[in-house]
Design a protein around this ligand. Structure first.
Ligand code: DLL
Length: 436
């Protein structure tokens, strides 16, 4: 199955895997304590010293890490190595306030590539294949992550990045790509455009695709497979922990195997922090045990999932997570971009002419995410001319685009038309039905 199917790790019995994890975990905790002030402080507060950590059984003694901790220590405060040893920086898309910056040493970049190469291998790709990467390149981990993974595999990589869909199809055809890597919604869009051009899956050579970065349903998977004539595989990850390649699905297409020699996964009750037993849904928490530059202890992902160690027909023993079934915070993922309602609120309030009443309506039309922001104008604006209102609508649209990096439809509504709430305000209506 190729060099990056590694049965010694991926099919290891539990005892072997625990032995691998124990060794790396103990080293990593010591490195965090000695090099990252936040961890020294948190562990001292709890009265835990690195010597108290003898195996992964002691994981629950350690503190959690939150996204806010990364923001508070922006940009380099969470590094366990001197900045000069960092060979790459990536960052999360669309967060409130400062971006979350993540560093990698050369060895981390290499391990990351290996995790992605495993995912590509599980999807059936080999070193003989041409791999077309349409994830965005840049600070977002999608483009670079899949690129280095495909290169590690020994494949021929085409770094197309996203956008210009007709051109994507020309490249897929001309360069005879075997695999497509992008968000599932973009894969759908490429598929639909292909058919609009009077072509079908038979006119391209694609055999498979590796899609992730946002939630997608099994129905969407079947539709992508039909439109492009491929097998569509899932890949999961988050920038803080690695990027794509934390987990990937296999031929079963039923849950994603976690690269357990790199990450220890736990499921916790998001309210109490209590560790939940296998098979119970809760918040996914990851501890990085191989990362040098930015190892995180018990990182709260906010993704809701379930873990299972049931035998998988692919032969891998790596624990499987269900596809994230939502998040514990209010982050929306629109066309692969992370959007917090508070970012939209800030844009509107900065423009001053609106009331702080707004509603975000997200939908999926023809398999593409659409976002509409309904903005309540104040009484004074309401009596203004239509021309001025149109101009204002345009201004909001541009400001949102500049902040979020994606476009949204803006609709001005009359004063007092957006429902007021007596408890928590409901700012988002998500009609996408992603988890039926
Ligand atoms: O989305 C990394 C990535 C790139 C994964 C390319 C896969 C492919 P972030 O921008 O930090 O990183 O967003 C992470 O996206 O916490 C999940 O909520 C969501 N997410 C990522 N992959 C999946 C997936 C990248 N396969 C956040 N299914 C995560 C559902 C996903 N949700």
């Amino acid at each position: 199955m190729g060099k990056y199917f590694n049965p010694a790790i991926e099919c290891a019995d539990r005892e072997t895997m625990v032995a691998i994890q124990n060794e790396k975990f103990i080293q990593m905790v010591a490195s965090c304590y000695n090099n990252i002030p936040l961890y020294k402080e948190r562990m001292d507060e709890l009265g835990v010293k690195p010597e108290d950590i003898k195996s992964i059984e002691d994981l629950h003694k350690l503190p959690f890490t939150y996204k806010q901790d990364l923001r508070d220590n922006y940009p380099y405060g969470m590094l366990a190595v001197p900045r000069t040893q960092v060979s790459r920086i990536q960052a999360t898309s669309g967060t409130t306030g400062k971006a979350t910056v993540v560093g990698y040493t050369q060895k981390d970049v290499d391990s990351w590539a290996e995790c992605v190469a495993r995912a590509l291998t599980a999807a059936g790709a080999t070193s003989d294949d041409v791999i077309h990467v349409s994830y965005g390149y840049g600070l977002f981990t999608g483009g670079m992550g899949l690129h280095y993974g495909a290169e590690k595999l020994g494949a021929t990589v085409i770094p197309v990045s996203s956008g210009n869909t007709k051109r994507q199809i020309d490249i897929l055809r001309d360069l005879q790509s075997d695999y497509l890597c992008c968000t599932p919604s973009y894969a759908m869009y490429i598929g639909e455009t292909l058919h609009e051009m009077g072509l079908t899956g038979d006119d391209i050579k694609l055999r498979g695709g590796v899609f992730g970065a946002e939630p997608w349903t099994p129905q969407m998977r079947r539709e992508i497979e039909r439109l492009l004539g491929i097998k569509a595989q899932d890949i999961y990850g988050l920038c803080e922990v690695l990027g794509p390649g934390v987990a990937f699905d296999c031929c079963e297409q039923n849950g994603l195997h976690i690269n357990e020699d790199h990450f220890i996964a736990e499921i916790i009750d998001p309210d109490t922090g209590e560790v939940l037993p296998e098979g119970t849904p809760g918040e996914l928490v990851f501890t990085c045990i191989q990362k040098e530059a930015m190892p995180l202890i018990r990182y709260r992902t906010r993704d809701i999932a379930t873990l299972t160690r049931e035998k998988c027909s692919c032969g891998r023993t790596l624990v499987k997570m269900t596809k994230p079934a939502g998040r514990t915070d209010d982050m929306l993922i629109v066309r692969g971009v992370n959007v917090f309602p508070s970012q939209i609120e800030k844009v509107l309030l900065d423009l001053k002419m609106t009331s702080p009443n707004y509603l975000i309506v997200v939908d999926r039309v023809n398999n593409m995410d659409k976002m509409e922001v309904q903005v309540e104008i104040n009484q004074q604006m309401f009596s203004d001319t239509v021309r001025n209102l149109e101009q204002f609508e345009q201004e909001i649209k541009e400001a949102l685009r500049a902040t979020l990096n994606i476009s949204a439809k803006v609709r001005l509504v009359e004063p007092k038309t957006i429902a007021r709430s007596e408890g928590k305000a409901k700012r988002v209506i998500d009609n996408r039905k992603l988890h039926e």
